[in-house]
Design a protein around this ligand. Structure first.
Ligand code: LLP
Length: 417
């Protein structure tokens, strides 16, 4: 459910015509709907209302401060994977007791900063990391709360690049070895074991990988509880998928029912790290057609947005809808939608039947709110695009378009060159 819709033939974000925003801020730009963001977090939390839970929005999906703030204001915490995301979470006003820290390569400095901030818990991904956290905590006279990220070895049935819970993945500790690691953690002086964590992959469109993972993890939680571990948190990660094209992922209520049924008797607070499902369909990328051209084998629509702005199609072959901001274009054509970057892999869509765009037409690339701006870059020295949020009919610039000066920020030409 989102608030991008046509009024007559004009695409609107909530009550505001997208064309009006494009005229105001120029193209390309990311556009987020505040009402969609808040509806998603409220509905997600509502679905788990009957059990103790904490929703930590996964900042990697969209780390704009204003977006984080919408979730924080609705009671969410933040799932971080770097010192940079810790910085953002805190700038957005997140209670450190609602921050969980995942990732396989936390540095000494990042661990120290997270301990100084007194975050809720570290999701530990290796034995060496466990020892490192213990050592850093000891040097600060602190105790670190941890969960071990266990790898349950289930196939999430999603794109291989975003599958994380299988044997061959770099993530987590194999569930079979995890009990030993927990015993080891219990013996470390500066570690307090508080939870069990897992995240099996992203853009999951079925419930079964989640329930398969929980079935395995339940056993571990029970075994730990039997050994006297006070497991307070069961962090089930993120991963719930969205509709990009014709996928039919479970809705929040179906997901919640399956999870609650499988965990109710464990006596834990459930932690979630949803990213995509909260922001993906709350954002679009708006761009303008520069040129169209008829190649020998293909048609091309060349837009002012490129793979540096939205990397997912090039990187994963991902599908994003390509729709007209002015729907009165009735004819269609089959074309590749490409950007100005000097790479053949620079496309937003390939061989797609789309409206017969002409130069100057506005194009909306849909479902771009997750892993859109956060994965954008300055490749080809293209300034990153602004992020705009519509709230209560207001057009809010929540990140400015980068300037040419921003492109060279921090660079110097040494005098002896
Ligand atoms: N928790 C952990 C530990 C994660 O690694 C991730 C995503 C999430 C939570 C959030 O997952 P979500 O709810 O968004 O599925 N760039 C890729 C997605 C990479 C996902 C990485 N980890 C894409 O554009 O599809």
């Amino acid at each position: 459910m989102n608030f991008f819709h046509y009024v007559k033939d004009e695409l609107h974000c909530e009550e505001v015509p997208v064309r009006e925003i494009a005229e105001k801020v120029g193209t390309p730009f990311y556009l987020y709907s505040h009402a969609t963001l808040s509806r998603h977090i409220q509905r997600f939390r509502q679905a788990f209302a009957e059990v103790p839970h904490l929703v930590c929005f996964s900042a990697k999906a969209n780390s704009n401060l204003a977006v984080l703030k919408v979730f924080i204001a609705n009671g969410a915490g933040i799932d971080i994977v770097s010192g940079g995301e810790l910085f953002r979470a805190r700038k957005a006003g997140c209670d450190p007791q609602k921050i969980v820290y995942s990732g396989v390569g936390k540095t000494d400095r990042e661990i120290r900063e997270a301990l100084a901030a007194d975050i809720l818990m570290f999701n530990v991904e290796s034995e060496q990391e466990l020892e490192k956290i213990d050592a850093v905590a000891g040097s600060m006279g602190k105790k670190a709360r941890i969960a071990i990220r266990v790898n349950p070895d289930v196939d999430p049935q999603t794109h291989p690049y975003i599958s994380t819970g299988m044997k061959k993945a770099k993530f987590g500790i194999n569930i079979k070895q995890s009990l030993d690691q927990y015993r080891k953690a219990a013996a470390l002086p500066n570690i307090e074991v508080v939870g069990v964590d897992c995240h099996i992959g992203s853009q999951l469109t079925k419930l079964s990988p989640f329930t398969d993972a929980i079935a395995k993890i339940r056993e571990l939680v029970r075994a730990l509880q039997n050994e006297g571990f006070a497991i307070r948190y069961l962090d089930l990660g993120g991963g719930l998928g969205i509709t990009y094209a014709d996928e039919t992922p479970p809705d929040f209520e179906e997901y919640a029912k399956a999870v609650i049924d499988a965990t109710r008797d464990l006596g834990v607070t459930l932690v979630f790290e949803p990213g995509r499902v909260l922001v993906g369909n709350a954002g679009i990328l708006v761009c303008r057609v520069l040129y169209t051209k008829k190649g020998e084998a293909k048609n091309f629509v060349i837009t002012d947005a490129a793979m540096n702005d939205l990397a997912r199609p090039s990187l994963y072959g991902s599908y994003h809808g390509i729709i007209a901001v002015d729907k009165s274009i009735t004819e269609t054509l089959t074309a590749d939608v490409v950007g100005p970057i000097c790479e053949s892999g620079d496309f937003l869509a390939q061989e797609r039947e789309i409206p017969a765009f002409r130069p100057g037409d506005l194009v909306a690339v849909t479902s771009a709110g997750a892993y859109g701006f956060t994965m954008s870059s300055n490749y080809n020295s293209r300034p990153r695009v602004p992020e705009i949020m519509v709230k209560d009919q207001e057009i809010l610039t929540v990140r400015q378009r980068e300037s040419l000066e921003d492109l060279i920020h921090g660079e110097t030409i040494p005098e002896n060159l």
